[in-house]
Every structure is written in structure tokens, then in C-alpha cells.
Design a binder for this molecule. Structure first.
Ligand code: C5P
Length: 303
């Protein structure tokens, strides 16, 4: 059925591994990172209209013009839809901002997928992936490969796990798995991805993640080894700038996490817990000191 309005869920991601392989001539870093969508999501409402782009949001902290990746994405795809194509966007912001959770990127990806849907699915997956990569390095991963109308007018994707290489835009999907008990804590400050990468020096890396062993664990569905082999080379840079990240990580383990890691360039830290009771107890503890604390699991059905 052709619609003129639609709502999409735009899930956050965590990086289960993040390795920097080298610095590129274009200034970006060559990555190898396992990304995984979690069930903390923004809701994006889209409505066709004929007067350009209008963006509104539930958050006073994000821009509503071209500085917003969702706006940029809309601009890029509408240009290809031809004259007179426009969109009204409303972002219900639930994902913490400047957190290493791809909140801006996932909104942008949802806007690309949603506009394509509303305008008659005229672009191929490849077209959308190219538009996504031009908007930002994390946007292709966030782009739903396929989605279904879960209930009337709401689009959901099955949720993604992938190993991303290149700038982050070369994706190899991994089999879906559900990690049931993930505790996420966002300290009360933001970090700039560009700044963390700028301060990252390859010589400073002393602990690259063992991505091979991580993947082995992933394929074996071995949650203890999955948690054990997680690693992120940007952690030392972000912790040097903001030692609180290291404190949250240690505290997460003291509270019973199998392991804990910073996501992306930070400052969010997530812990993988062995059972619900331990995770809930840790949630309560962290809630005493932090506003942005979430008990989540993998996004989608995991199948
Ligand atoms: O691609 P995006 O605009 O999201 O990246 C934000 C910043 O993060 C870039 O300007 C760059 O400084 C840094 N970055 C990087 N290497 C990557 C991805 C991002 O250096 N693979």
C-alpha cells in the first residue's frame, strides 16, 4: 500500500570490537569493527510534503538544520527524487547524543530508508548504501537492509550485526545473535569522534582486539568468549581524556559483568551480564549516580 506517512524505529549500535588498521591518505582511519544493534531506538516519523525539508525533534540538544545527519540524508536523497519532492521529519530522540552509539547515523539511515519507501522504493540497496556512506561512516551499517511493516505504518528491521571495514562502510553481515543482558551507561559528557580519532596515534596502541577469536566465539554462540574477546583501541585515548570512562568500566565488572567496553569513540560503556538479576542490580546501582542508564538487549528477534 502506498502511504504518505510512516514511522521507523532507528536502533543504536554498540561496537563489540574496534580495531584501527591504519591511517588513510584521505585522513580517515582504516577500521575493522564488529557493530551490533541494540533495542534502544529513536522513532522517526516521516510525512511527504511539497515544500522542502522540515525537521523537528523531541530533544533541544540536536540541530534541526543541515548540521543534523538526518537532514543531510534527506537532502541527498530528495535531490535524486526530483523537483517538488519534500519531507517532514520528526525525531523522537531516545538514544544519548555524542555517545558512541551512532544516534545521529541511525536517524540518517532511517530517513534514507523511509523516504525511499514513501517515494515508491525507486532506489536500490546499492544506491542507498552509496548515499549513506556520503552522509557518514556509520550510516551504511545502520541502514536497514530490509524491513517489514510491523504494525500499521511502523517499519522495523530485523536488526543487524556486521563486521565493518574501510571507513566503516564496507560491510560483511554476521549471523544474528541475541545478547540478552546489556547494561549501558552514558557518563554525563559527550566526546567528539573526530577529536578522538585525531588524538589516536597508532604507536599508542598496546591492545588490539583479537578479532579472529571474537568471530570464532560469535560463530560458536559462546557468550563468555564473545564478552572476553571484546576490545576497542580507541578506549585508551578516550580514557586518557576522561578517566571516568575507565571507572565506569571497572565498576561494571565489579557489579558482575562478564566484561565491559567503551562503544565507538565513547563515552558510553556497556557491560555484558550473565543473568537478569545481576544486570538489574547493577542498573539500580548505576542509576544512583548516572541519569542515562539503560538495560537493553540485541535489537530485533535475533533470528
Ligand atoms: O564519517 P564521519 O563524518 O561520521 O566521521 C566523523 C569523523 O571521525 C571524521 O571526520 C574523521 O575525523 C573520523 N573518522 C576517522 N576514520 C573513520 C571514521 C571516522 O578518522 N573510519
Amino acid at each position: 500500500m502506498m502511504r504518505n506517512r510512516i514511522i521507523l524505529e532507528a536502533p543504536a549500535k554498540i561496537n563489540l570490537t574496534l580495531d584501527v588498521i591504519g591511517k588513510r591518505d584521505d585522513g580517515y582511519h582504516e577500521l575493522e569493527t564488529v557493530m551490533h544493534q541494540i533495542n534502544l531506538f529513536d522513532r522517526i516519523a516521516l510525512e511527504i510534503w511539497d515544500q522542502g525539508i522540515e525537521l523537528a525533534t523531541s530533544s533541544s540538544e540536536i540541530p534541526v538544520g543541515e548540521d543534523n545527519l538526518a537532514y543531510k540524508a534527506a537532502l541527498a536523497i530528495l535531490k535524486k527524487c526530483g523537483p517538488g519532492a519534500g519531507i517532514k521529519i520528526f525525531i523522537e530522540k531516545n538514544i544519548p547524543i555524542g555517545a558512541g552509539l551512532a544516534g545521529g547515523s541511525t536517524d540518517a539511515a532511517a530517513v534514507l530508508a523511509g523516504i525511499n519507501y514513501l517515494y515508491g522504493s525507486r532506489f536500490s540497496c546499492q544506491d542507498l548504501l552509496e548515499l549513506a556512506a556520503a552522509v557518514g561512516s556509520d550510516v551504511p551499517f545502520c541502514l536497514p537492509e530490509h524491513y517489514t511493516e510491523h504494525y500499521s505504518g511502523v517499519l522495523m528491521s530485523p536488526g543487524a550485526t556486521a563486521i565493518a571495514r574501510g571507513r566503516g562502510e564496507i560491510l560483511e553481515p554476521l549471523p544474528a545473535k541475541t545478547i540478552p543482558f546489556i547494561l549501558l551507561v552514558k557518563p554525563g559528557f559527550q566526546l567528539s569522534t573526530a577529536q578522538i580519532y585525531a588524538e589516536f596515534g597508532l604507536q599508542a596502541v598496546n591492545q588490539s582486539p583479537d578479532t579472529r577469536s571474537f568471530l570464532q566465539a560469535w560463530y560458536n554462540n559462546d557468550i563468555i568468549s564473545i564478552a572476553t574477546y571484546m576490545g576497542n583501541v580507541l578506549e585508551s585515548v578516550s580514557i586518557r581524556k576522561k578517566p571516568e570512562i575507565g571507572i565506569v568500566k571497572a565498576r561494571m565488572k565489579e557489579q558482575g559483568a562478564i566484561n565491559a567496553l567503551m562503544s565507538g569513540s565513547g563515552p558510553s560503556v556497556f557491560g555484558i551480564f550473565p543473568d537478569e538479576a545481576t544486570a538489574r542490580q547493577a542498573f539500580t546501582e548505576f542509576k544512583q549516580d548516572y541519569r542515562e542508564v539503560y538495560l537493553v538487549s540485541s535489537y530485533g528477534r535475533g533470528d
